[in-house]
Each structure stands twice: as structure tokens, then as C-alpha cells.
Design a binder for this molecule. Structure first.
Ligand code: UDP
Length: 458
């Protein structure tokens, strides 16, 4: 490929304004730059202002659109419905303005890579006659479930099980995306997720943040109805193929980092002696669940590093933090990929957000899966039964929480049990396959090359 031709080609990446969405698209943007394209990633005006972002993160240009809440973002909205409505209205308008702004420069936008949570972004791209690429930030299995729902091959709510979907393992109720089982729990989010495929047939490309060997049956099945390019994992290159310079973190943290504290603390601990816990950027636990978790941790008696976002911290008993001593460290936000590579970490107790899951697999860290909602139950099912890289906690259905003895049991199983040894071997194998996928000639690398060469030829 002629670098000169490619460097003129300008892609605009439009993620949903949340950490788990910005991260994979940002890393993908870096990869596209390393393949010779110009990439601009869009964040909301509120995120750019509050995080004091500059105009570049490494080689990726940043620009802004409005989510309708420039002075406070999502927390300022009265309801999820209102937020999503304003995001669509303000987002479409300001995305069109942005595309027009670049039309007047030597570097107009050629292709919009949008997250299908925001199908309107594709409509805007098409109004301007641009190429559009859907970028799914959840695994292929989950995307294919929503495809089936959108195409009325599955009707909601799904209540009789097991559910048999071609290319996927049989799914029980507890394995389904929460919005497929309980669409009325969060109707606006359910609608957003199901509508991902509302106009995807107009997209010129469908990209998924997964890799072929991880989900061969799901990818093959979905490819029959919608040509899919697997391009992941979108984990910073230093942890995988090491081919992209200075790609050692995602670069946009929506929460202030506590990084130096956690890495100093971690480095003082013996190999595989620490349980790392995080529930991602959005989910919260009930007060009761928080209490069971901290008792489970205490009883297991391992060191632990627990990410509790500042807005969640009030749920901890007041004296808990003071009485921790050296046994545990609570931080409000960590550089997760860096933590996961630290030899002291023996297991990751995770909510199974897709980024956290694929990061743990890429970095060879066994998991205790504690899914809460959305795609997380499906991811947890795959983690436990298909990839065999962790175990999943059992919920006490009557109380609706995971009790302390179950948490203790699962942590012990992974940290010191026979199961833990088996899981560690498996996860190391997946880590090698993840590296292979993005390395030169790997399945994702070839798909990215195919994507780039088709783009620049158009
Ligand atoms: N993350 C991080 N520091 C933390 C917790 C999470 O950098 O303390 C990152 C994590 O590496 C992942 C993202 O935030 O890339 C969370 O995405 P995920 O899909 O796992 O969960 P979500 O936040 O969307 O629920």
C-alpha cells in the first residue's frame, strides 16, 4: 500500500461517550494510524472539557460533538431516555457540523467508523456520501443475539430456555443479555442495543472487537448474514504485538488516575498473591452486595486491589478503609491494563464488561466472573464454559446477591485450587492466540489490512 495515498485518507471514529467505548475505538484509531491513515476520534464536549483533553492523544487527533449536556454529561440528564434522545439530536447535528468543518480543510473526512449504539451516526455519514463502518464493542456472540432480535428471529422477553442460536452455546436465562431477558428493566437501553442493526445493512463494513479463534462459530454464522471483520483485541499494542510506538495505554481516562499508588503497592507483593477487583466505569453494587463482597474478600485472606469509583465509595462501611492495613488497597481508578500485567495479580474479579474480559484474556489473567447486566452474563458464560478462563459466581436468587461464602469459595478456587491451575494454563493459551491475531499476518491484522486497502481504493 502506498503510504502517501493512505495518509490522505481520513477516518472519523465516533464512540458512545463512555469509557468502555472510547477505549477500544481509541486503540483501533492508533492501529489505523500505524497503517498509514489519519484518524480523528470524537468525544463529547463535556468529556473534553472536564478531562481537559488536548487536540491529540498520541498520533490520534481528538475532536468533539455534543451529547446535549455540555456542562455535565450523563449525570445531568433526568432520565436515560432523555439522555439518549438529546444525544441523538445534538449528536447528529454537531457531527454534521464537524464533517462540514473538515470539508473546508485539506483533510476532509472520508469514512465514519461509528459505534452501532449510535446508528444515527451512520445516517449522518451517508447524508454526506461518506463510507460508514460499524464498530461493535461487544463480542460477536452478543452482537449476533441482537441481530436475531432485530430481525425478529427471537422475540422478547426471552423466557423459555435453553435458547439455541446457531454458532452460540446453548444459553440459559442467566446467560442472556439482561435486555433480552428483562427488556422492561431499562427500556431505553434495551431499545438502543436492539437498534444496533436497524440500519447496519447500509454500513460498508462491519468490524468487531474480537478475534477469529475466540469465536469462530459465531463469526462464521454471523458472516452469512452480515460480512464481519474481526479486528481485535483492541488492547494497547505494547501488551500484544508491540508494533505500535508508545501504545501503552488507551490515553483517555474519564476518571482521575491513582496509578502510581497502585503499581507501587502491587510491586511490593509476591507473585500471584493479589486479587484485583473492578466493576468497570458504569456499574454499581447494592450496599448489601458491597458488604458481602468485602466479607468474602476478608475471609479469603488474600491481598486485594479494589477499584471503587468515587461515586460508589460511600457504600463502604466508614471504618473499612482505615482498618485495611497492608492487606488491601482501594483506589478510585487504575490503569487497568498495567495492573493486569503486574505479576503480583493472581486473579481478576470482574463484572465481565467486554473490554475487561478481553484485556484479562490478552494478558493471561484468570477471572472470577461476577456479571451484573447487559452483555456481561453472556461474556461470563463464555469465560466459564467455552474459553474456560475463569469461574462464575452463583447468585442467591432469593436474595438477588452473591453471598460472602460463594465469593470466598470462587476466589480460593482460582487463587489456590486445582481449578485455578487449569484456568491459568487455558488463559495463557488465549493470550498467545490474542497476540497472534494482531501480529503481522494474524487474522485481525489481515482483516485490518483488508479494511484499510478497501478504504483507500474507494
Ligand atoms: N478501566 C480502567 N481502570 C479502572 C477500571 C476500568 O482503565 O480502574 C478500563 C478497563 O481497562 C476497560 C474499561 O475501563 O478498558 C471498562 O470497560 P468494560 O467494557 O470492561 O466495562 P464498562 O465500563 O463498559 O462497564
Amino acid at each position: 500500500m502506498e503510504t502517501q495515498t493512505a495518509s490522505k485518507f481520513h477516518v472519523l471514529l465516533v464512540p458512545y461517550p463512555g469509557q468502555g467505548h472510547v477505549n477500544p475505538m481509541m486503540q483501533f484509531a492508533r492501529r489505523l494510524v500505524s497503517k498509514g491513515l489519519k484518524a480523528t476520534l470524537v468525544v463529547s464536549i463535556f468529556i473534553a472539557k472536564s478531562m481537559k483533553l488536548g487536540s491529540y492523544v498520541g498520533p490520534v487527533q481528538l475532536d468533539v460533538i455534543s451529547d446535549g449536556y455540555d456542562d455535565g454529561g450523563f449525570p445531568k440528564a433526568n432520565s436515560i431516555d432523555t439522555y439518549l434522545e438529546r444525544l441523538k439530536a445534538a449528536g447528529s447535528r454537531t457531527l454534521a457540523d464537524l464533517i462540514m468543518k473538515y470539508e473546508k480543510t485539506p483533510n476532509p473526512i472520508d469514512c465514519v467508523i461509528y459505534e452501532p449504539f449510535l446508528p444515527w451516526a451512520l445516517d449522518v455519514a451517508k447524508e454526506f456520501g461518506l463510507l460508514g463502518a460499524a464498530f461493535f464493542t461487544q463480542p460477536c456472540a452478543v452482537d449476533y443475539i441482537y441481530y436475531n432480535i432485530q430481525h425478529k428471529l427471537l422475540s422478547l422477553p426471552i423466557s423459555s430456555t435453553p435458547v439455541s442460536i446457531p454458532g452460540l452455546p446453548l444459553l440459559e436465562l442467566r446467560d442472556l443479555p439482561s435486555f433480552a431477558r428483562l427488556p422492561d428493566s431499562y427500556p431505553a437501553y434495551a431499545e438502543m442495543l436492539i437498534s444496533q442493526f436497524s440500519n447496519a445493512d447500509k454500513a460498508d463494513f462491519v468490524l468487531i472487537n474480537t478475534f477469529y479463534k475466540l469465536e469462530p462459530e459465531a463469526v462464521d454464522t454471523m458472516s452469512k448474514v452480515c460480512p464481519v471483520l474481526t479486528i481485535g483485541p483492541t488492547v494497547p499494542s505494547i501488551y500484544l504485538d508491540k508494533r505500535i510506538e508508545d501504545d501503552d495505554n488507551y490515553g483517555v481516562d474519564l476518571f482521575p488516575l491513582d496509578a502510581s499508588v497502585s503499581s507501587n503497592w502491587l510491586s511490593s507483593k509476591p507473585e500471584r498473591s493479589v486479587v484485583y477487583l473492578s466493576f468497570g466505569s458504569f456499574c454499581g453494587l447494592s450496599d448489601n452486595q458491597m458488604e458481602e463482597l468485602l466479607w468474602g474478600l476478608k475471609r479469603s485472606n488474600f491481598y486485594f486491589l479494589w477499584v471503587i469509583r468515587a461515586t460508589e465509595e460511600a457504600k463502604l462501611p466508614k471504618t473499612f478503609k482505615e482498618n485495611l492495613g497492608d492487606k488491601g488497597l482501594i483506589v478510585n481508578w487504575s490503569c487497568q491494563v498495567k495492573v493486569l500485567t503486574n505479576k503480583a495479580v493472581g486473579c481478576f474479579l470482574t463484572h465481565c464488561g467486554w473490554n475487561s474480559t478481553i484485556e484479562a484474556m490478552s494478558l493471561g489473567v484468570p477471572m472470577v466472573a461476577m456479571p451484573l447486566w447487559s452483555d456481561q452474563p453472556v461474556n461470563a458464560k463464555l469465560v466459564e464454559d467455552v474459553w474456560k478462563v475463569g469461574i462464575r459466581v452463583k447468585v442467591d436468587e432469593e436474595k438477588g446477591i452473591v453471598p460472602r461464602d460463594e465469593i470466598e469459595f470462587c476466589i480460593r478456587e482460582i487463587m489456590e485450587g486445582e481449578k485455578g491451575k487449569e484456568v491459568k494454563k487455558n488463559v495463557e493459551k488465549w493470550s498467545e492466540l490474542a497476540i497472534e491475531a494482531v501480529s503481522k499476518g494474524g487474522t485481525s491484522d489481515k482483516n485490518i489490512d483488508e479494511f484499510v486497502s478497501k478504504l483507500v481504493k474507494t
